[in-house]
Design a protein around this ligand. Structure first.
Ligand SMILES: Cc1cc2nc3c(=O)[nH]c(=O)nc-3n(C[C@H](O)[C@H](O)[C@H](O)COP(=O)(O)O)c2cc1C
Length: 177
C-alpha cells in the first residue's frame, strides 16, 4: 500500500508538512507514505500545456505518476485569506485532467480549527474532481501559531492518536475499495 501526502504549505517550518511527516512515521509495516515536496516546482497551470497525447511539463508528469502509483492520498492545507494556498490549487488544477486522480481515496488533515473556509473549499474541489474524501479519516489537530516538528507532534498523545486514527480509517477505506 502506497500513500502520497501533499502539504499545501511551502513554509520550511510548516505545521501542515510536520503533521504529514508525523503521519508517515505512524504507517504500519507494508504501508509507505511519501511526503511530496515539489509543489513549488510545478509551473502555473495552463490548459494550453495540458493537451492530450502531448507530454506535460516534467514536474507535472512526475506528480501525475506519483498520484497514479499511490493507492490513496493525504492532503493537509493551511488557509490563506479564507482560501486554499495558490500552490496547492495549482497542483490540483494540473490533476483535473489526469486519469490517475479520479476515484482516489483521500484523507484530509487540518492543523488549524479556524481554517474552515479553506477546508470547505478543498472538499468542494476534491469532490468536483471525483476524489473520494473519507469523512472518517479526517484529522483535526490544533497546531496554529506553534513551531513544531514531526517529533513534537508524535510526542503529543492527542495529536498522535488523531493522526493514527485518520491513517487507519484511510487504509481501511482503501482496502475495502
Ligand atoms: C498571507 C496569510 C494569510 C492567512 N490567512 C488566514 C486565514 O484567512 N484564516 C486562517 O485561519 N489563517 C490564516 N493564516 C494563517 C495560516 O493559515 C496559519 O499560519 C497556518 O498554520 C500556516 O500553515 P503552515 O504552518 O503549514 O505553513 C494566514 C497566513 C498567511 C501567511
Amino acid at each position: 500500500m502506497r500513500l502520497l501526502a501533499i502539504s499545501g504549505s511551502l513554509r520550511r517550518a510548516s505545521t501542515n508538512t510536520a503533521a504529514l511527516e508525523a503521519l508517515a512515521r505512524l504507517a504500519p509495516e507494508g504501508v509507505k507514505v511519501l511526503v511530496y515536496r515539489e509543489l513549488a516546482g510545478l509551473p502555473p497551470f495552463n490548459p494550453d500545456d495540458d493537451v492530450e497525447d502531448r507530454p506535460k511539463p516534467e514536474p507535472v508528469e512526475t506528480l501525475r505518476a506519483l498520484v497514479g502509483a499511490s493507492d490513496a492520498l493525504v492532503i493537509a492545507a493551511p488557509e490563506y485569506a479564507h482560501g486554499l494556498p495558490g500552490a496547492l490549487k495549482n497542483a490540483l488544477d494540473w490533476l483535473v485532467a489526469s486519469e490517475t486522480f479520479a476515484g482516489k481515496p483521500v484523507a484530509l488533515v487540518n492543523t488549524s480549527p479556524r481554517a474552515f473556509h479553506a477546508q470547505a473549499s478543498l472538499r468542494e474541489i476534491l469532490s468536483t474532481m471525483a476524489a473520494r474524501v473519507q469523512p472518517e479519516a479526517f484529522a483535526a489537530i490544533s497546531l496554529t501559531g506553534k513551531t513544531v516538528t514531526a517529533e513534537d507532534i508524535l510526542a503529543d498523545p492527542v495529536c498522535a492518536r488523531r493522526l493514527k486514527e485518520s491513517l487507519e480509517a484511510l487504509l481501511a477505506a482503501t482496502r475495502a475499495s
